[in-house]
Design a protein around this ligand. Structure first.
Ligand SMILES: [Zn+2]
Length: 80
């Protein structure tokens, strides 16, 4: 798959967002973003959204946050 075939979401001109988003459901994606190709995003000089980068399917899963949550649950869990 080439950059021009990968769909991302980029901010409209005038939008202060300087990132492109790979996840349509990213919480930073709103009405002032529109679908475009990854090539368009790179041509605009946009960088990948940190939040989307973490959730990108090809990225190696990071379980450290999950494990930290489990540890926190053990210590501070409510006694139900
Ligand atoms: Zn994003």
């Amino acid at each position: 798959m080439t950059d021009s075939e990968v769909q991302v979401f980029i901010p409209t001109l005038g939008n202060k967002d300087r990132a492109y988003h790979t996840d349509e459901n990213c919480r930073y994606v709103g009405s002032r973003h529109y679908p475009a190709s990854l090539k368009d995003a790179k041509d605009r000089g946009l960088e990948e959204c940190q939040l989307c980068a973490d959730e990108f399917p090809t990225a190696r899963p990071d379980f450290s946050v999950y494990e930290a949550a489990v540890e926190a649950g053990k210590e501070g869990g409510s006694p139900e």
